[in-house]
Design a protein around this ligand. Sequence first.
Ligand SMILES: [Cu+2]
Length: 377
Amino acid sequence: MSYLHAIPVGNAAGLLLAAVALAGPRAPVHRAPSDPAAVSAKLSEWKVELSERTITAGTVTFTIANVGSIPHALEVEGKGIEQETAVIQPGSSATLTLALKPGTYEVYCPVGEDSHKKLGMETHLTVTASKAPAASGAGESEMGGASMSEMSESRAMGDKVQAIRVTGGGPVIQILPGPFPFPDSAAPILKQFGDEKEGLESQVKNGPYSNNVAPISGRFTFTAQDLGPVRDSVAGVAEFTTQDGARWKLVLDRVQTKDVPHHPRFGGVILGLYYHGNTAVHTPLVPTINSAVALWAVGHLYRNGALVTDNAQTHVMLLSRTRRDGDFALACWDCSKNKIEELQVQILPGPGEPKFDAPGGFLFINWEKSSSAKPAS
Ligand SMILES: [Cu+2]
């Protein structure tokens, strides 16, 4: 995913000045080092920003401000330490004082059983041996650079799955236009959507997120790789016959990486994401879900063997089950704890292209009991 690379490195000299200013009045704690470190942390949706990326070993006091609009907290984990603040309300602050040994620590928001972490509220802090002083702005900058490349490396080489193969299974349904069943839950979230609000509000009344579904047939298999902001890739084919008897084929071509407000695309593919619903990330007209993989891609779309477009805008996710057995009605506004087995593909025309020959002009297909695996390399 692209979070790591999207974190602003900041101005090293400015950060150093901030650290000096903060370190001033602090009372010494029992550990010996001459300079207890001070790190300020800012929490917001959906990031954790630290004033320092690298500090020296010893006592460190984190001053944590929640500058976001919902409650957050801060946890520091590594080298046998796992300490967190209480929940911090928006506009409030907290402090956390720890004795840190040299090493790399994960610093994240533990709220929502790691759901905030999955949305990006995660960063790292490198603690170096205490004899290396932060003597100058230039020195600090070099250390910052080193820690960034170390982090990239550990992320790339870690045991985190970087690729996933997904196979659609179980009942297949086509979702047709209709009203969204949780308009009252979505309304306060929609208020935050600015220019997009109007379009989304019309989708509340008659959009693609409805209980109006038709059982169909089809298959879908794809492989996606999460390799950073520009190297993500996807390959796969979906074939299905819609309720009107038309045979459709979608061939995934390449990922779409361009972010739009409220719709980050995470470099095209993201493995593990908590979003939609009440998160204010992507449309709230999908219930709140966890996804094993979410991707945005451009595909070639065919109808009854004839090319419709080479520019089909495609959103795919393998997500927490949102629909119930039997009638496949949306069963929950917060579905994030349900089993991840619903495979969803939404296909829209490219910019400026005509609507598809399908109800509502879009294609929205679910495979209700799907599975995923690490692809054989
Ligand atoms: Cu949080």
